[in-house]
Ligand binder design. Sequence first.
Ligand code: SF4
Length: 294
Amino acid sequence: MIKEITVKSILNRHKKRDDWFLDDYSVNPFTGCTFGCKYCYIRGSKYGIDEIAVKINAPEILERQLKRRALKGQYGFIALSSSTEPYQKFEEKLGITRKILEIILKYRFPVHVLTKSTLVLRDIDLLKEINRKAILPEDLRGRLNHGAIINISISTIDDGLSRILEPGAPSPVERFKLVKKLKESGLFTGVSFIPVFPFISDTKEHLDKMIKLAKEHGADFVFVGALTLFGKGPKDSKTLYYKFLENRYPELVRKYKSLYRIFPMPNREYQKNLDHTAREICEKYGVRYKILVD
Ligand code: SF4
C-alpha cells in the first residue's frame, strides 16, 4: 500500500528555463520512485527523499495554481516530472498523473513528459489534445510547434546493465519501442540518453549505436548527458554506484575516483568531449541534438 500525503503546493516555478528541457514549471505527483535506479539522485541525502508517497490532493491544488497562472497569462512548459517517475506502476490504478494532464489541458499549458514507463501510452489521447491546444510562452512561439514534448529516458542499450542499474524500469528495447509508438501517434518524441556511464556507455561506438537506434525508432531529438554522483550516505547515488562498479567493473573504480574527484559531475573537458561526440553523431544521423536548433 502506497503512502498518501497532502501538499500545499504542487506547481514549482523555475527561476530560469532550462535550455534543453525548456521547462518553466515542474509538477511531481509523487515522492520517490519504485524503479530504483542506482544512479538516481532524488533518493538519499541530496533531497532527503526516503519514501515513496502519492500527493493525493495534487490535482486539486494544481487546478487552483494553474488557474491563477493562466489568468495572468504566465504560460510555460510544465515538466512532468523532474524528481519522480510520473508513470510508476501504481499510477495505473490511481490515475493521478492522468488527472494532472486533464488540468494541464483545461488551462492550456504545454507539457514536457519525462518518463521511462510504457504506461504513458495510456494518456496519448490527452497528450495529443494538449499538443494541439496548449498556449506556448511568448518567446517560444514561432520557434516550436508542439504543446506536448515526450521524452523517453534511456541510459544504455545493454539490457544486462540496465537490469542492474534500473531494476524497476522497462528494458531498453521496450523503451525504444515506446518511442516508436509515441511517434506513430503523432507526438513530438525524443530520447534522453542521460545519464551515460563514463568508460562504459560513453564510447563513440556505444553512443553511435544509441543515437542510431533513436533515429531508427523515429526520435525527433536526442539529449546526451553524463552521470552525476551525489552523497556519501548508504542510499546516495554515489555510494550505490560505486558498489556496482566494485562488483562489475573494479578496474574502473580508480578512473571514476579521478573523474569525480571534486564535483558530482565529470570535469569540464570530459563534458566537452561528450557533447562534441554526441553532436557529431546526431549530425551524422540527422537527428536534433536539442529541441530548439541554435
Ligand atoms: S526512473 Fe527516474 S526518478 Fe525513478 S529511480 Fe530512475 S532516475 Fe530516479
